[in-house]
Write a protein that binds this ligand. Structure first.
Ligand SMILES: [Zn+2]
Length: 310
């Protein structure tokens, strides 16, 4: 289980909303959603990985305290860059290094141990990024999301936004991701969507076999229960199920002060919190019933290095 703690401002950039989020919404992901994940995971005995955006720790002592508590409780804090730029892989090596180093320092100070895992914004990876992670001794990357359904939907939405004169802050990455392995693998340093021998493990985000439907928080929350259970059962048949969630998945739009313009564009924000919690509770119970063992991604990467997956 991993949770990307993208702040509400990230969703403003994706949907090209003007201005900045109101104060309550600005800090809602760390202050309101994160405690709900902590309770959800405690109910099912889950130790998870939280992907932290470094700059969100700068001016939020309450968020820092909560994340430090989670790290002490056996959860992992990993890096999701310092400022979450959607064009991260295109920034050039110097700025890529800077994003990784600043996040690294902020997360290490918060967790008490340096991060060993990384996830790029927008599910895109490149050789520059793998090089930078290798140079810093990172154990794994988990940015690859090899889903044609997701890729196609994103391309359509971005094209539709362009035709009405709105430029999404998001970036459509290389279609090479569609052919990437579904299971943990050692990437080629020069072509990280392919198998190779780099001294790092790629942990792809879960998709179903064959059809490669996305099995992430958003799809589990929006799918009708029968489809959600099918998606989860399909993902549970693999030896490794890398379920990616987002902090905003457990937002309560009204209570957390989510702006109407954002709620209008994010269908998951229109689902009641109780519905979303039930979908995730049901998923974790199904995983336990299937004999799954939950581990932070750093431990999964270690197992992948030794085991048959890599
Ligand atoms: Zn993100």
């Amino acid at each position: 289980m991993s949770v990307d703690l993208d702040a509400v401002a990230c969703y403003y950039r994706i949907h090209a909303l003007a201005g900045a989020p109101p104060e309550a919404a600005r800090t809602a992901v760390l202050r309101r959603c994160l405690p709900r994940f902590a309770e959800l995971f405690a109910r099912h005995g889950v130790r998870a990985t939280f992907f932290v955006v470094g700059q969100d720790l700068d001016d939020d002592a309450e968020g820092r305290r909560m994340l430090a508590d989670l790290a002490r409780g056996g959860h992992e804090l990993a890096s999701h860059t310092h400022t979450h730029p959607y064009d991260f892989v295109r920034l050039g090596r110097a700025r890529i290094d800077d994003e990784i180093d600043r996040a690294h320092a902020a997360i290490a100070a918060c967790a008490g141990t340096p991060p060993v895992g990384f996830r790029a914004p927008g599910y895109e990876i490149a050789s520059d990024v793998i090089d930078a992670l290798l140079a810093r001794g990172y154990r794994y990357d988990s940015s690859v999301f090899p889903s044609a359904t997701y890729y196609g939907a994103k391309a359509l939405v971005m094209a539709a936004m362009r035709t009405v004169g709105r430029a999404s802050g998001s970036v459509l990455g290389s279609p090479r991701v569609l052919l990437a392995p579904r299971h943990p693998y050692r990437p080629a340093a020069a072509a990280p969507y392919q198998r190779g021998s780099a001294a790092i493990v790629e942990l792809p985000i879960a998709v179903t076999p064959v059809a490669r439907l996305p099995v992430i928080g958003t799809s589990l929350i929006l799918a009708p229960p029968w489809l959600r259970r099918q998606l989860v059962a399909a993902a549970l048949r693999a030896p490794f199920f890398n379920l990616e969630l987002h902090g905003i998945d457990l937002a309560d739009a009204d209570a957390d002060g989510m702006p109407a313009a954002l709620v209008a564009r994010q269908p998951d924000l229109r689902r009641p919190l109780a519905h979303k919690l039930a979908a995730l509770d049901d998923t974790l119970a199904a995983a336990l019933a299937a004999g799954a063992r939950f581990a932070p991604l750093a431990e999964a990467a270690l197992a992948a290095e030794r085991g048959p997956w890599a």
